[in-house]
Design a protein around this ligand. Structure first.
Ligand SMILES: [Zn+2]
Length: 1191
């Protein structure tokens, strides 16, 4: 029906022609009934094709647009038609002829049109105004509104009944919805939404003025004001397709692709107002749906790419698929590395011309040809699918790429990359898509120095869409199936959408940490909004275009600075993935806190939301390794609050607090690459993938892990809540000062005490007190000084007097009871510290024979110190004296503890005896060694002199336990690594002390029989030649610092000769793949179960090269015999052939009974060559204890 002229653009159309195409005058005759159109039924039905109005940039870019509009559905894109069909409408007054009308029902309106092609109705009846639908005989039915009835006649009873049922259902739904809302005044009386502007306007073609209402994104036409009130109108115009132009003083045109409405207002002034109102309506309509409209112009984009829901208004901009809201929620859960979710309607800025075009070229059709090439019907989802089903499907589809159409080059990285470089220079986006998501690297090297990346190649070839596609997939991950059930992946919850806005002060973003204080003048005031996952800052609150923006998914860390850190009272820092930081400030601490909470909430993963409740100084995500599995770095969420680091590990349900002051170790490995935190139960490696935020974390954690003040609770603590400083001093005095005369009474050097105390206060963890370096009296004085200066004192200001008063109690039992009660009132740290100190003093007085410090003397010294008095009040000393005297009762010390203490004192006394002989060497170590297995009963404390060998240690332990060794009992000392579930028998000649020094917290020494020694010796004696070769299963574990994955066990061929171990890919290989010098290998028996070794006969091998770089790998043998032979060969090669001292049994048998003078000290068996033996015997004669040191 569109003639040639109609096809011309509206702008070029003569006004005279338009008159013909407008309403007929007859429309106005109609009162309760419509009049037939006078101009041969053309009425509204003319179509004026036009370029899409106010977005010139988009014209012509979507060839399908116009055709789609022609079907009339595009005029109401947001309310899909529920039912449509031809019906006869009751004749208007004065006529007997039924009029054939195209009747259309959507969720909001019942409308009728002259023809099915029309965009504009002759009448619309809001569903909300329908009160009843009734059958009235002769295939007719009646639609009853508040005060008007409309009668329609269907072609059959069935058709009529179908209409009635549908109408009733929709009307019911609308009513129940209306009831849910509280403000229903407008909807119930049937009127449209409150209008932005309403009033009478002349419309060309109409004799009388129409009542026109501009409301939201629509313009409604009513015959009169009464109809407007009732809500029953002629038609409405969707303004997303509108354009307004002033024509003359009072006239203006509203142009749509289907029709031009020429209005005329009463005055100049009125016209201005109408034009402005309509322009605003257009703006509103466009802001909502322009992008959606354009994307939907392609048929396949009108249904969710994943579940098929109609009108999907979200999209994944890297996958180029249009998706529904529910699928979008699940997409977000996959993370931005898989899919970047944006709204078609809200994220206006992201939708560039290129991106929209890309959605026309790829979009759901092309994307699904690739992603959904092989979806089994049983796994597909529908609009009705639940969120779990959806999630499972989307993970399989996009993260695992399960239904992909595999590119023929799949698996061949080089070829894939080469093909990508070729594809990006063509317009074949489907090929690029297939290559990229089958593993081609988006940043692969092109080999072209002018265009080093595929992106540069695409640019050079002028392929804008290829560039756009590559850009959005710059950080995309290649889909891959992961072992271990991806459903349990914790990323399945979408981030909450947080909205916040207001003025903030802001400095330019930085690539370095904020070094110095920023003055107020360095901040600029900016209007900031946090919305839809973007933090934007604008010049002011009137600007529409932001100066810049930060996507919350790129935020990695948020830092709350202490007040007045900069010229503005409250400041905070936002760190993003690409190593930049933004400094924001506010005058009001309350508003700053609100901003912090909002930003944190917007980027912290829901599984870590527990952290949001903390008063954090710093919150963010970091990669870490820890626990049993050190292969793969995981992402954790961390929050630092006070001296506690709260961590949400990847695989745990709840956050776990790490008491930083109680860490055993805190160090940095590599070049500021890994922060190592050792707690009693675990070791955590935090990795610095990005420098900027990582360094911030390192400094903050170091600071929080240090002592912060002068009260007890502010110190670094041991696991049992004793300040590390106190523990270090007590330990040192115990090791070196128990027998020192006048200990704690003699004063040390003031300057040394001062500096030592300062050092310990700053970071006791890193201070090692060493004999020779530190004087006993300096350390003793440091401890006293610490207590004397302690904020609030050990007994606390509140309860101190009560302790002093307790001394007046005459009844001993009552007094002890009172002390115990008071002990119970002390804070945990004070109580633990008091117990540790009194325990120590209890020991010191045990040595009063040597040190002259009995309980009374100690009390005189410590009373005033602990109570921080001048010493005139004798009661202070009395408390300390009582506490030492009744130590066991007051502190409830049990027998086992006493026994242990007794043993320790014995060991120390022995040591001191040795020392008093004048040959004590510095650096001796007391260490715990177990007999046969690790349990308390099997514990032995042994002093390890620098020269002690594994064999000597073994005999020492056996002697203590009075174990008589038999022939072929190969007692050895083993180093057991609990973490690796592996152990290594020490060679008999190996020195123990160096091993102790590198023993981690997860390792210990145990003395037990070496069961396979006999067989190893037989094997070595019987074999031919001194190398071994054969197949073993090999598994590499990358360096701890690396992020790589282990690859599992693979068969490899090995040759071990007297200098090195070589690995060959297979038996026939000529060149070894790897080669290690044997002397740098440490071979342990056993492989941790976690790695699922293929057999139970395996080794864990540590390799350290000259540069101290460490590697760790695993070898697995097929049989036990094979394992034994390999191990024997290793030992043989590493120890020059001697696995076992040949004369052992003989020497052992000759051991003499213990010398009574030495108490429990063992005698060292004599061995070695004759001259050594002679020397030893000579030494023994003069001083038997030298044997402990110089065999
Ligand atoms: Zn969907």
């Amino acid at each position: 029906m569109a003639n040639k002229e109609d096809a011309e653009p509206v702008t070029g159309r003569p006004r005279s022609l338009r008159v013909n195409s407008l309403f007929s005058e007859d429309e106005l005759i109609e009162d309760y009934y419509d009049a037939p159109p006078a101009n041969g039924g053309s009425g509204w039905s003319d179509h004026v094709p036009s370029p899409r109005p106010p977005a010139p940039a988009s014209s012509g870019s979507s060839p399908g647009t116009l055709g789609d509009r022609m079907d009339g559905t595009a005029a109401a894109p947001l309310s899909p038609t529920i039912k449509a069909g031809w019906l006869d409408k009751n004749p208007p007054q004065g006529s007997y002829i039924y009029q054939k009308r195209w009747v259309k029902l959507d969720a909001d309106h019942l409308r009728y049109f002259d023809t099915e092609k029309d965009a504009y109705s002759k009448r619309f009846i809001p569903v909300s105004s329908i009160s009843r639908i009734a059958s009235v005989g002769d295939q007719k039915f009646e639609v009853v509104t508040n005060n008007r009835n409309f009668v329609f006649r269907a072609e059959s009873d069935a058709d009529r009944n179908e209409w009635i049922r549908t109408l009733q259902q929709i009307a019911e739904e609308r009513k129940s919805k209306a009831l849910e809302r509280t403000s229903t005044s407008l909807t119930t009386n049937g009127a449209a939404d409150p209008a932005d502007k309403s009033g009478f306007l002349e419309l060309r073609g109409f004799k009388h003025k129409l009542f026109v209402a501009v409301a939201g994104d629509k313009v409604f036409l009513y015959k009169n004001a009464e109809d407007y009130r009732l809500g029953i109108g002629i038609t409405y115009i969707e303004m997303n397709v509108g354009n307004v132009k002033e024509v003359d003083r009072r006239g203006f045109d509203l142009t749509t692709p289907y029709r031009i409405f020429s209005f005329s207002a009463d005055s100049d002034q009125e016209k201005e107002e109408w034009v402005e109102a309509m322009q605003q309506s257009i703006a509103e309509a466009l802001s909502n749906s322009e992008v959606a409209e354009r994307i939907w112009a392609v048929e396949s984009n009108r249904f969710c790419a994943d579940c098929g829901s109609p009108k999907p208004d979200w999209a994944s901009i890297n996958l180029c698929v249009v998706i529904c809201k529910r699928c979008a929620g699940e997409h977000r859960g996959l993370g931005p590395g898989i899919t970047k979710v944006r709204s078609l309607k809200m994220d206006r800025k992201v939708w560039t011309e290129e991106l929209i075009e890309l959605f026309h070229q790829i979009g759901n059709a092309v994307a699904n040809q690739f992603w959904a090439a092989n979806v089994p019907p049983s796994e597909a989802i529908t609009p009705a699918s639940g969120s779990q089903e959806r999630r499972r499907f989307l993970i399989a589809k996009y993260r695992e790429g399960k239904y992909r159409r595999y590119h023929p080059l799949f698996g061949n990285q080089e070829e894939l990359d080469r093909a990508l470089c070729a594809a990006v220079t063509t317009s074949d986006l489907a090929e690029t898509q297939a290559l990229l998501f089958c593993g081609a690297a988006v940043t692969c090297a092109t080999g072209d120095p002018q265009c080093p990346t595929p992106l540069a190649l695409a640019e050079k070839s002028g392929q804008r869409l290829q560039m756009e596609f590559l850009l959005h997939n710059k950080t995309s991950e290649t889909p891959r199936l992961e072992v271990g059930g991806s459903e349990e992946k914790p990323y399945s919850v979408p981030l909450p959408s947080v909205t916040h806005n207001g003025f903030l002060y802001k400095t330019p973003s930085m690539a370095k940490p904020v070094g110095e204080r920023k003055g107020q003048e360095e901040f600029s005031r900016r209007w900031c909004t946090l919305q839809d996952g973007v933090l934007s800052y604008y010049e002011n609150d009137r600007n529409a275009v932001p100066n810049g923006e930060i996507k919350v998914e790129e935020i990695v860390c948020l830092v709350n600075n202490p007040p007045h850190a900069h010229g503005i009272e409250s400041t905070f820092e936002v760190y993003i993935e690409s190593e930049r930081l933004y400094l924001f400030g506010l005058e009001s601490p309350d508003s700053a806190r609100e901003w912090l909470k909002s930003i944190a909430k917007s980027f912290v993963h829901p599984r870590a939301e527990e952290l949001l409740a903390l008063d954090f100084e710093r919150i963010g995500r970091l990669h870490y390794k820890g626990g049993l599995n050190l292969e793969r770095a995981k992402e954790g969420w961390f929050a630092l609050a006070g001296s506690t680091l709260h961590v949400c590990f990847e695989d745990s349900e709840r956050q776990e607090p790490l008491q930083l002051r109680k860490l055993q170790e805190l160090s940095i490995q590599g070049d500021n690459e890994v922060l190592v935190l050792v707690e009693r139960r675990r070791t955590l490696y935090i990795q610095g993938e990005r420098k900027l935020d990582f360094l911030g974390w390192v400094h903050a954690i170091q600071k929080a892990a240090g002592g912060s003040g002068h009260t007890l609770a502010e110190q670094q603590l041991t696991e049992s809540d004793v300040p590390l400083l106190v523990d270090r001093c007590i330990d040192y005095i115990t090791q070196c000062g128990l027998t020192s005369e006048g200990i704690y009474r003699k004063s040390g050097q003031n300057s040394k005490t001062t500096s030592l105390l300062e050092m310990l206060r700053r970071d006791a963890r890193s201070v090692r007190l060493k004999e020779g370096e530190h004087q006993v009296d300096d350390v003793a004085n440091t401890l006293k000084r610490f207590f004397r200066d302690l904020g609030d004192g050990l007994f606390t200001g509140r309860w101190g007097q009560d302790w002093l008063r307790a001394t007046a109690l005459e009844d001993e039992e009552a007094k002890i009871g009172e002390y115990r009660r008071l002990l119970g009132t002390l804070p945990t740290v004070n109580r633990a510290t008091l117990k540790a100190l009194i325990n120590h003093l209890f020991r010191v007085q045990r040595f009063s024979g040597e040190n002259q410090m009995n309980t009374h003397n100690l009390a005189i010294v410590f009373g005033p110190t602990l109570f921080q008095t001048d010493g005139k009040d004798y009661k202070a000393g009395r408390v300390v004296e009582d506490l030492i005297s009744h130590y066991v009762k007051i502190f409830n010390v049990n027998d086992q503890e006493m026994k242990k203490q007794q043993d320790e004192i014995m060991a120390i006394m022995k040591m001191r005896e040795a020392a008093s002989s004048g040959t004590q060497q510095a650096g001796d170590f007391i260490c715990t060694v177990y007999l046969e297995e690790k349990k308390t009963e099997a514990e032995q404390h042994v002093k390890i002199p620098a020269t002690m060998t594994a064999e000597e240690l073994t005999f020492e332990i056996l002697d203590r336990r009075k174990i008589v060794t038999k022939e072929k009992d190969y007692w050895s000392c083993f180093e057991v690594n609990e973490r690796e579930e592996a152990e290594r028998p020490l060679h008999y000649s190996e020195k123990v002390l160096p091993i102790l020094h590198c023993l981690g917290t997860e390792s210990y020494l145990v003395v037990k029989k070496q069961m396979s020694m006999e067989n190893m010796l037989i094997y070595l004696a019987s074999r031919v030649g001194d190398c071994k070769h054969g197949m073993m299963k090999f598994r590499e574990e990358r360096n701890l610092l690396g992020l790589g994955l282990s690859t599992g066990f693979h068969d490899r061929y090995f040759i071990l000769n007297h200098t090195c171990l070589r690995l060959y890919k297979e038996v026939r290989s000529h060149k070894p793949e790897k080669e290690w010098p044997v002397r740098n290998l440490k071979v342990y028996l056993g492989i941790k179960k976690k790695l699922r070794p293929p057999t139970c006969w395996g080794f864990t091998v540590f390799y350290e090269n000259e540069k101290h770089e460490k590697q760790q790998w695993y070898l697995c043998c097929d049989t036990q015999a094979d394992l034994r032979e390999w191990f024997a060969t290793f030992l043989h090669v590493q120890n020059g052939g001697a696995l076992w001292p040949s004369e052992t049994s003989k020497v052992r048998a000759s051991r003499s009974p213990q010398d009574s003078r030495l108490g429990n000290i063992s005698l060292i068996p004599l061995r070695g060559n004759e001259s050594e033996m002679r020397n030893s015997v000579a030494a023994f004669a003069t001083d038997p204890l030298t044997l402990l040191r110089n065999v």
